[in-house]
Write a protein that binds this ligand. Structure first.
Ligand code: SF4
Ligand code: SF4
Length: 137
């Protein structure tokens, strides 16, 4: 099995924890990079203007934008901590990949994520390391 597939397994393995314990911290705190008009529209759920006025949505060069979550959660987050655009093709890649990101032969596991911090994905990360990928937390 390749490293990308193991990383996908790792992300899937924490689904229960994301909803029942963490309650989507990554959708409630931090920043989300949005690439292009379609992603911005999909994530902001008709609240783009309002978010821009509050400076919670800011241009980030080209067609990219940064959504700040903290004061308000992501507009696509449901009250039961699910992503309402989970299957939408315009769901940001950064959301789909969180908390594991590949940069060449290095995998960065975001320690901001409680599942990473508490070692819930350590078994998977070890398997990825055994394939010769450098794992950073
Ligand atoms: S921060 Fe980590 S544990 Fe929490 S919802 Fe996001 S991916 Fe899941
Ligand atoms: S788009 Fe979905 S996964 Fe991404 S921050 Fe919003 S609710 Fe979370």
């Amino acid at each position: 099995m390749d490293a990308e597939t193991i990383a996908d397994e790792a992300r899937s393995s924490i689904g229960w924890y994301c909803m029942s314990t963490c309650k989507a911290l990554c959708c409630r705190k931090g920043i989300i990079r949005l690439q292009g008009k379609q992603e911005i529209a999909a994530v902001t759920q008709g609240k783009e203007e309002e978010l821009r006025k509050e400076r919670l949505l800011e241009d980030a060069g080209g067609e990219a934008a940064i959504l700040h979550v903290g004061k308000r959660p992501c507009p696509s987050l449901t009250s039961d901590s699910k992503c309402s655009i989970y299957t939408n093709p315009h769901r940001p890649k950064g959301c789909a990949n969180f908390p594991l990101y590949f940069y060449g032969n290095t995998l960065w596991a975001a320690s901001f994520c409680p599942a990473v911090k508490t070692g819930l994905m350590d078994e998977h990360l070890k398997r990825i390391e055994e394939l010769g990928v450098k794992v950073l937390k």
